[in-house]
Design a protein around this ligand. Structure first.
Ligand code: SF4
Ligand code: SF4
Length: 121
């Protein structure tokens, strides 16, 4: 499952499909630009961030950011852990499962890259 539910249409599929095939995430980060906070599972049964060893201060930071985004009604901010200088995840080793499951070059990847104007948008 992708962190963001995207609506597929024939038109968006076709546009995303025009992007070149890529082999790595260098200089991209498009899929991190609209999740707001690291998309860890957090419900009554599971605290994925804790399971992954994310420290208490970092978890508090995530919660504070979620509250901030909720208050403003924003849902499309860059991920708190995304570093705009390096275009990389600042805590890659602790990233959520949904980020690990993201498949480079699949439809979601191509859609995100096109949305962010990376490679052939
Ligand atoms: S959008 Fe695709 S290429 Fe870009 S960082 Fe995400 S998985 Fe990698
Ligand atoms: S946790 Fe890391 S890999 Fe996942 S969306 Fe945020 S910056 Fe991207």
């Amino acid at each position: 499952m992708h962190p963001i539910e995207l609506q597929s249409t024939d038109a968006t599929d076709a546009r995303a499909g025009t992007l070149p095939v890529i082999e790595n995430c260098d200089d991209c980060g498009a899929c991190c630009m609209t999740v707001g906070t690291p998309p860890f599972v957090l419900d009554e049964e599971r605290d994925e961030a804790r399971e992954r060893g994310v420290s208490l201060p970092l978890r508090a930071e995530i919660q504070a950011r979620r509250r901030e985004l909720d208050a403003t009604g924003r849902r499309d901010a860059p991920c708190l852990w995304f570093d705009p200088e390096t275009l990389r995840c600042r805590h890659h080793e602790m990233r959520p499962q949904v980020c690990r499951d993201y498949t480079i070059g699949d439809w979601h990847c191509r859609f995100a890259r096109r949305r962010e104007g990376i490679d052939g948008a």
